[in-house]
Each structure stands twice: as structure tokens, then as C-alpha cells.
Design a protein around this ligand. Structure first.
Ligand SMILES: Cc1cc2nc3c(=O)[nH]c(=O)nc-3n(C[C@H](O)[C@H](O)[C@H](O)COP(=O)(O)OP(=O)(O)OC[C@H]3O[C@@H](n4cnc5c(N)ncnc54)[C@H](O)[C@@H]3O)c2cc1C
Length: 385
């Protein structure tokens, strides 16, 4: 590859996933010039492999919820500018038992999350799923969804139309220093370098690689299926299996007991970290997932058993005999206990940002504005708790 001439920018971003793009837009909001370097011909990491679900209602109190609420506004604004549809239909979470509805009632009481308890009849009005056996549900009205296969590409295209931004694809970065990065397309000099590598940070020098006790990677198996009878589902769909998984839902008085019951009744699901999320793509196909497998090395092999568990749950929720699978893939995100945002300043003028939980689509566009000014400063750590 022929190296380009050396580029100078105020800020250099490594990685054009949602986190890198969020910081790039933030740099431009401060009138700083920016260069984004992405190693692939287009972003193909977690940011395109997910559900496109901006699940504000499920965020932990404090910074994650604040970031999600800010990100929600940013998605709407950037979506308009980028010609990207941002669907404001919320999430419907179905309840089949009173203890599930009781946890949902507690979530609904926390008005910042935009949740409202709904009857089975209202579930039916919001989404064409069978209501036999349902006792009600939660409509989390603030949640959004975007097409994850278009979203980051549309945002990158919007950014690249800005004369103050360079967005370079096929530009793997090999080394990061104070004041510069070396990439296959040449050197970029910048007074602030923000590295947003997703789970693949092993190419960084050990002293730059972000670390936290218990840090590992999480692999999720995903499927794309045809919608039964070509039905349209505007809201994202979840079941009570998700209530113990997200802190914004699980930090409720009845959640622990509910989680114990679900784990006792469905050990095969809780052992595989399976819960059900369904979102619809613009062409009508449904994204289904997911399972959670943890480890430093991600196996390239999918496990059919996990896909079968998700397909069975989804067929049950949608009232379908069998779902026709069109695609299977897995996605990976870095995972660590504790706070979901890992922001390090390993060298002067160099920051590394990783979202160490599966919430980047929900929070990145709010995390960047909340932390950008601190990255411009000289503090070695950026408090985000
Ligand atoms: C299957 C799945 C489903 C999910 N569902 C949701 C959801 O519905 N809602 C939600 O909020 N979150 C969800 N998440 C989490 C969310 O997708 C992630 O938190 C988010 O995408 C992380 O963004 P990122 O930019 O850090 O990482 P990535 O999207 O992985 O981007 C990192 C980028 O850095 C590039 N890069 C790495 N090294 C280099 C280098 N040396 N040089 C140049 N470029 C480099 C990579 O090529 C990549 O494009 C899901 C995650 C997965 C895996």
C-alpha cells in the first residue's frame, strides 16, 4: 500500500466503531480537526454485529444512564443529518408471571427510564406477538433502534463530508506515541490520540494496553431470520429473561428472587448466558440473540446448541413454528467487572477508551461528550463513576 503524506490533525482517533466515531464527532463539535484511522475497509467489529438497540431503560443509575440519555438525543440528531432511520418505538418486554410484572412495575416507577406497565392488549397493539399466557409487560418508550449494518457506515460518511475530518479506511495503526501514530498509510501527528480498538487491543504496547482485574472478552452468537409471515415489529422485543441481565432492571427489590427462579427453571439458558433480544432490520428480517461466552481467546467455532436455545425462545415469543435462518455470526466485546467504561491515559496526550460491557450503542454517543474535555487535560485517569 502506498503511504499517504503525513497528516496533521488536532485529534487522531484509532478505530471507526461507534466509540471512535463518537469521539470524532465530539472533536469536531469543539472545532478541532480530526483524523480517524480504521484498519478494515469498513467497520466490521461489534458496532455492526449488534442489535442496534439503544436500550436506555436498562442502564445502571449514574453515569451509564446519563450517558444513554445524552446518546439518545445524539442518535436522533446525527441520524437526521446522516439520513439514518432512528426508530423511536421503544422496547416491549413481555411478562408471563406476576413476579416478572412486579419487577417491571418497579422499573416503571423510576420515571427517568421512560417505562410504562402495559396490559396484554397493549402488548398486542404495539407488536404482533401472541398474548396467550401473558400477564402484561413493560413498554420502555425511550429506547431506540437503528440498523446496525448501516449506522456506523452512515455516521462515518457524514463525518467524512466535513472538511475538518479525515476518515481513512484500510489504515491499520501499528504504534501509538505521544503526539503521533504510525499506520500502514503513513504517520498521523496529533496532540491528542484516542485509541478505541474494541476487543482487539493486543497490538498495543503492554504499557498502553488497558487492563482491569477480571478483564476478558465476551463472545455472543447472533442470528438473522425471516420475520414470520412478513410481520412488522416496530419496538425491540425482550422477555423477562433480560431482567436479571441488565443493571437498570436487576437492581430492583424483586429481581434477585426472579433471577433465582428463572435460573432454577431454565438452567440451560442461564448457564449459557442466553436471553432474548429481537430487533427488526429495515427489510423486515429479524436480528436474534444472544448467548454470552467469556474467555481471553475467542473460539472461532459457533455452537449450534446455543443457536437452538435462542431460536426456540424466539419462536415461542413470536408464535412461529419454525424460524428460517438467513445468517449466523458472532460478535465480541471486551468485558470486565465493575464500571462499564474503561478510560485510560497511559501516556501524555494518549487515551484508550473501551466500553467493557455490551452497551456501546446505547452509551458511546453520550460518553464522548461527557469525557472529551478531561481527555484534553493532563490527568492520568478520567473519572467516569
Ligand atoms: C453481538 C453483540 C450485540 C450487541 N448488542 C448491543 C446493542 O444492541 N446495544 C448496545 O448498546 N450495545 C450492544 N453491543 C455492544 C456494542 O456493540 C459495543 O459496545 C460497541 O459496538 C463497541 O464499539 P467500539 O467502537 O468500542 O468497538 P468496535 O465496533 O469493535 O470497533 C473497534 C474498531 O477499531 C478498529 N481497530 C482495532 N484495532 C485497530 C488498529 N490497530 N488500527 C485501526 N483500527 C483498529 C476495529 O477494526 C474496529 O472497527 C453488542 C455487542 C455485540 C458483540
Amino acid at each position: 500500500m502506498t503511504p499517504v503524506r503525513a497528516i496533521e490533525a488536532d485529534v487522531c482517533i484509532v478505530g471507526a466503531g461507534i466509540v471512535g466515531l463518537a469521539y470524532a464527532f465530539e472533536a469536531r463539535a469543539r472545532r478541532l480537526s480530526v483524523a480517524v484511522l480504521e484498519r478494515s475497509g469498513e467497520a466490521v467489529g461489534a458496532s455492526v454485529r449488534n442489535f442496534g438497540h439503544v436500550i436506555v431503560s436498562a442502564m445502571a443509575d449514574g453515569t451509564p444512564l446519563e450517558c444513554a440519555l445524552a446518546a439518545r438525543e445524539r442518535w436522533l440528531e446525527l441520524g437526521r443529518r446522516a439520513g439514518l432511520e432512528v426508530v423511536e418505538a421503544g422496547t416491549v418486554i413481555t411478562a408471563r408471571a406476576d413476579d416478572e410484572l412486579a419487577v417491571m412495575a418497579e422499573i416503571a416507577e423510576d420515571t427517568a427510564r421512560g417505562g410504562r406497565l402495559i396490559t396484554p392488549r397493549e402488548v398486542d397493539r404495539l407488536a404482533p406477538i401472541p398474548t396467550a399466557g401473558l400477564v402484561g409487560g413493560l413498554h420502555a418508550r425511550l429506547d431506540l433502534r437503528v440498523d446496525p449494518r448501516r449506522a456506523v457506515a452512515a455516521l462515518a460518511a457524514l463525518l467524512s463530508r466535513d472538511p475538518g475530518a479525515h476518515v481513512l479506511f484500510n489504515a491499520p495503526v501499528q504504534a501509538v506515541y505521544t503526539g503521533a501514530v504510525e499506520s500502514s498509510v503513513g504517520q498521523v501527528r496529533a496532540s491528542l490520540v484516542i485509541v478505541c480498538p474494541g476487543p482487539d487491543h493486543d497490538w498495543l504496547e503492554p504499557e498502553i494496553t488497558p487492563r482491569r482485574t477480571g478483564m476478558t472478552r465476551c463472545k455472543l452468537q447472533m442470528l438473522r431470520v425471516r420475520a414470520p409471515a412478513g410481520r412488522r415489529y416496530l419496538p425491540a422485543l425482550l422477555t423477562a429473561l433480560s431482567l436479571p441481565r441488565y443493571p437498570g432492571y436487576s437492581e430492583r427489590a424483586g429481581s434477585k428472587q426472579l433471577g433465582d427462579r428463572l435460573a432454577a427453571e431454565r438452567p440451560e439458558l442461564s448457564e449459557a448466558g442466553v436471553h432474548l433480544i429481537i430487533t427488526q432490520l429495515p427489510d423486515g428480517d429479524l436480528l436474534l440473540g444472544d448467548s454470552h461466552q467469556y474467555g481471553d481467546t475467542v473460539s472461532p467455532f459457533g455452537e449450534e446448541r446455543l443457536d437452538e436455545l435462542v431460536l426456540t425462545e424466539a419462536a415461542g415469543l413470536l408464535g412461529a413454528n419454525k424460524l428460517s435462518v438467513r445468517q449466523r455470526w458472532h460478535g465480541v466485546y471486551p468485558s470486565a467487572p465493575g464500571h462499564p467504561f474503561l478510560i485510560a491515559r497511559p501516556l501524555p496526550g494518549v487515551a484508550v477508551v473501551e466500553i467493557v460491557s455490551g452497551i456501546g450503542m446505547t452509551t458511546a454517543l453520550g460518553l464522548a461528550p461527557a469525557t472529551f474535555d478531561a481527555l484534553l487535560g493532563s490527568s492520568p485517569a478520567v473519572a467516569v463513576s
